[in-house]
Design a protein around this ligand. Structure first.
Ligand SMILES: [Zn+2]
Length: 80
């Protein structure tokens, strides 16, 4: 399992991810970090191997992921 940041970094391995922050509203789909349904905020991502001029893709992530992308702040680990 690893820590929250480890899970996040494993999911996004090979990609640049930057915060956009646009609110996308509520989504039932799980977040990339495994987070449950909730409000989503936009981030942009691009394969590390991509040329800088290539377009970035957009995806909605939870507020935990957005904060981590923007400020490298990790959420408090849930007690297991
Ligand atoms: Zn998330």
């Amino acid at each position: 399992m690893g820590t929250w940041a480890e899970r996040f970094n494993e999911y996004w391995e090979g990609f640049h991810v930057v915060a956009d922050g646009t609110e996308e509203g509520f989504a039932w789909k799980k977040c990339s970090c495994g987070g449950l349904a909730g409000d989503r905020y936009r981030v942009l991502y691009q394969p590390i191997s991509a040329e800088a001029s290539e377009p970035w893709e957009a995806v909605g992530v939870c507020s935990d992921c957005l904060l981590y992308v923007a400020n490298a702040e990790t959420p408090e680990e849930e007690e297991l």
